[in-house]
Design a protein around this ligand. Structure first.
Ligand SMILES: [Zn+2]
Length: 204
């Protein structure tokens, strides 16, 4: 869960990132602060990052409670943007809090799969899935539609102050779930190291 302030003229670099791993003892979640073990910032496989100058200004506040459909919170916002802006891709980033309820999450095993994973089924077998409970601080990045760059359209990782963290899939408590979030639209989209060969699984 990358949360980084890069070095600038007036500010030192600050790494407030977390990472989650699977406990070798009981298979549970171990959430740790990145900066306790690592001073640099590495990226393995993929990351969806939202960069901001951190200036004060207007943001978009979204509050939601009770889920009446099948889609998760981020997909609802993403599809609302797509319905409104149609062919024009709109990217957003920010933070939302799962205030009440539980979510379905995954954590990747520390060891990469020894054989290639070529279906959603195989990816899901390799990942470890959990139920995690509010309050959860989520860091979403989403784009309303893909302008032909082979993007993952939404990606949300979260941390908490009760030792849980991971990749957000959806809430599993539609009647009691509550969300509040603050978002900012992006001005530029950078696609770094687009793979030459692609596939469509493992994108939720
Ligand atoms: Zn993820």
């Amino acid at each position: 869960m990358p949360v980084v302030q890069t070095e600038s003229e007036h500010n030192p670099p600050v790494n407030r990132s977390y990472f989650a791993r699977i406990s070798p003892d009981d298979g549970g979640c171990l959430l740790e602060k990145y900066s306790e073990k690592y001073h640099g910032f590495g990226c393995a496989l993929l990351a969806n990052l939202f960069a901001s100058e951190g200036q004060p200004g207007k943001v978009i506040e979204v509050k939601a409670k009770r889920r009446t459909g099948q889609l998760n919170f981020v997909t609802c916002m993403r599809q609302a943007l797509e319905n409104h802006y149609e062919n024009k891709p709109v990217g957003m980033g920010g933070t939302f809090l799962v205030q009440k309820g539980k979510v379905k999450a995954h954590i990747m095993p520390a060891e990469f799969s020894s054989c290639p994973l070529d279906s959603d089924e195989q990816v899901n077998k390799w990942l470890h899935f959990y139920e995690m409970k509010a309050p959860l601080v989520c860091l979403p990045v989403f784009v309303s539609r893909d302008p032909g760059l082979d993007l993952r359209l939404e990606h949300t990782h979260f941390f908490s102050h009760h030792g849980e963290g991971g990749h957000y899939h959806c809430d599993i408590t539609p009647d009691t779930v509550e969300y509040i979030g603050y978002f900012s639209p992006a001005q530029l989209l950078y696609r770094i190291d687009q793979p030459k060969e692609t596939h469509s699984f493992g994108r939720d």
